[in-house]
Ligand binder design. Structure first.
Ligand code: NA7
Length: 562
């Protein structure tokens, strides 16, 4: 398998230092919009992207079956441009990876973004200099640039996690990680394939691989609930109405808990009789998608008894679909539904009825080691031609830590975040002036409509830069007090839910040795209200420094007039 951390390979170079107002790291949904928005303010912006193309997560995750698992089509895309909404024709309710990547490439061309994006360039280091109030950013190509601001749009699900299973590097067959899927087509036909991992990626990939492979062995550590995606062609009438009412729909999405247009339920699951609940769950199961969790009852994620009702329903579905009772038993999940990333599938449980698919329950039959020929579990050998690692990511904080920026006094992010992933507003970090995150720890990130969330955060960052420029300020930095109370709020909201009770990548439990902390702000619109209020109060919770006169930016006047 190729090195899954190529961005850690440094190259030396001695070129001249170029100066920008802003360096953006990453050219996915977040980075592309940050470039468009900040450049539109008259700022000079340089984007560094390690991949050979734009797209971020959608560039890397090209494994078979990869699809949007949120309400898709015109609702999982940029919202800022009505023209763009009118121009781009989504064809399916759950667009596949190719469609999303094609869309992002269209956006890059449509808004002339490519001229400011440098591809195949990993940011290897970033250091803040207090005297100049600027960051020096180093890259894998040897280019070193200076910028007043750094916007890290590196993605919540970028740092692919390769588990430390004995012998993994000795495997002699083909080996791929779903989050680092090769550009070239991968052929499964006639091959004995093994897949480790049954999260969103595994559950999407397994039915597709099973259709082609001679035999597929699924190595499952934690059984999962999954809901049929029921992907289908988009109703043109839905698209027409969305286009006609875009401003109102955008406002509605922005004000919604998840950033999308789910109907909001009004009843507790415990207000209904078992028969009524069954009817509600069955109707939403037939409809497909996340409505079963988001539009059925108010308290599935806050009340254990309510959650058990939907867990029982979903376990019943597994029993009904999977013909072999022993396989169905192994597939039976037992955590609180929704507290791991909810899964949408296209025939996942049905796949276990195929003759060419075997399920190994690693809780009963753990992996002992990987050999050159396959996987050895406690109960036997499993010869393989190909091994797929669907083992997830060092999520939310992992990609930022791989850059490991050095802030005030040279403090590294690894030191700062050695025990807790503290942030203020999920966008800034005390000790790291003029440094911003899109979808950072402490923001709604993966539990809000991500393109929309990235737009709203980028706009806030733009307002912040404009404020500094208009007031002759050179640096902004969160205070430790503001950070402490922000973290307390994130934890307090999470503790009203069942999320912290489950081991998941939301809590960091999937990465050995990672500090446990629920890193998602679950406030939805409350979060964006906090952002607006902090800005309206003159950037409350921040220390604002006067601009060093020698560092006055050439584009200051342009930015101030926007
Ligand atoms: P996930 O959801 O983190 O899933 C990773 C899976 O890999 C999960 O089933 C893990 O089991 C399993 N895993 C991880 N390490 C091991 C080891 N050492 N042995 C066996 N099994 C292991 O990542 P995904 O890529 O599926 O999902 C991320 C997606 O979320 C993203 O692509 C979006 O679609 C949304 P565990 O549950 O930890 O027991």
């Amino acid at each position: 398998m190729e090195n899954i951390e190529p961005h850690l390979q440094r190259q030396k170079g001695n070129g001249a230092v170029e100066r920008y107002d802003v360096v953006v790291v990453g050219a996915g949904f977040g980075g592309l919009y940050a470039l468009h928005h900040l450049r539109g303010m008259g700022l000079s912006v340089r984007v560094f992207e390690g991949a050979a193309g734009v797209g971020g997560t959608w560039w890397w995750n090209r494994y078979p079956g990869a699809r949007v698992d949120f309400p898709g089509g015109p609702f999982y895309c940029y919202t800022f441009s009505e023209e763009l909404v009118r121009e781009w024709d989504w064809t399916e309710t759950q667009p596949d990876q190719r469609s999303v990547l094609a869309y992002l490439n269209y956006v890059a061309d449509r808004f002339d973004l490519r001229r400011d994006i440098q591809l195949e360039t990993w940011v290897t280091d970033a250091r803040y200099d207090e005297a100049t109030q600027r960051w020096t950013v180093e890259t894998s190509t040897g280019a070193r640039v200076s910028a007043q601001f750094v916007v890290c749009a590196v993605g919540s699900l970028f740092a692919a996690f390769k588990p430390n299973i004995p012998g993994l590097d000795d495997f002699a067959g083909e080996c791929y990680h779903t989050g680092r899927w090769p550009q070239e087509q991968v052929f499964f036909a006639g091959k004995r394939v093994g897949i480790i991992g049954t999260g969103s990626s595994g559950v999407q990939a397994i039915p597709e691989i099973a259709k082609e492979a001679a035999h597929l062995i699924v190595f499952q550590r934690t059984p999962q609930y999954s809901i049929p995606a029921r992907n289908h062609p988009i109703d043109p009438e839905v698209v027409r109405q969305a286009r006609e009412n875009w401003a109102a729909l955008r406002a509605k999405m922005t004000a919604a808990q998840s950033g999308s247009l789910f109907e909001v339920p009004e009843r507790s699951a415990l207000d209904d009789t078992p028969e009524q609940r069954q009817a509600v769950y069955e109707a939403l199961w037939q409809k497909g998608g996340l409505s079963l969790l988001f539009s059925s009852y108010t308290d599935l994620l806050t009340n254990k008894d309510a959650n058990r009702t939907v867990a029982d329903f979903l376990r019943g579905k597994i029993r009904a679909i999977v013909r072999d009772p022993e396989t169905a038993r192994k597939l039976m999940p037992d955590y609180y539904v929704g507290t791991k990333r909810p899964l949408l599938d296209n025939g996942y449980f049905e796949t276990f009825n195929r003759d060419n698919v075997t399920l190994i329950d690693l809780r009963e039959d753990p992996i002992v080691k990987i050999t050159p020929d396959g996987v050895r579990t406690a109960k036997g050998e499993h010869p393989l031609d190909m091994l797929v690692l669907a083992t997830g990511f060092d999520a939310i904080s992992g990609a930022l830590l791989r850059i490991n920026p050095k802030g005030r006094g040279g403090i590294s992010l690894k030191d700062k975040w050695s025990t807790r992933f503290d942030s203020y507003l999920g966008v800034t970090i005390a000790g790291f002036p003029n440094f911003f995150m899109i979808h950072g720890p402490g923001s709604p990130s993966v539990l809000f409509n991500m393109p929309l969330g990235a737009e709203l955060q980028s706009q806030w960052i733009g307002n912040c830069v404009r404020y500094l420029r208009e007031h002759g300020l050179g640096a902004i930095e969160a205070t430790p007090d503001a950070e402490r109370s922000w973290d307390a709020e994130v934890a307090e909201i999470a503790n009203r839910t069942l999320f912290p009770l489950t081991d998941s990548w939301y809590t960091g439990a999937n990465i050995p040795g990672k500090p446990r902390q629920f890193c998602v702000h679950l406030g939805g619109p409350l979060y964006f209200q906090h952002l607006a209020e902090a800005a309206a109060a003159g950037f409350r919770g921040f220390v604002l420094e006067k601009e060093n006169p020698r560092e006055r930016s050439s584009s200051m006047a342009a930015a101030a007039t926007q």
